[in-house]
Ligand binder design. Sequence first.
Ligand SMILES: [Zn+2]
Length: 105
Amino acid sequence: MSSGPAAALPRRASVPVERPVLVRVRKRLDAIFRLGAVIDDTPEELATSKSVMIQAMGNVRPGALILADSRLCENPTCFIEFVPRHPRQRFHSARCRELNRRGGK
Ligand SMILES: [Zn+2]
């Protein structure tokens, strides 16, 4: 792991943070899309879901309904938030699982 000022920051500091004005715009757009979905007889699950930006490795089509919650990888040197393939998955990759088993070395 690198040293210097960045190393002293909390783990989640490397996750991009949305600017407040963009958060407000996104929330309004979500509300507009939800209202449109209600008018268009869209299924309730889609109408009550929220739009988020994701990075997909699997075959995820635009607008797909993701049913699981994301979680932070439990490898202390990793900052990746991921949607687990199964409820007991603790690490985003086999490499992170192995690094954690060895104590991060
Ligand atoms: Zn990881």
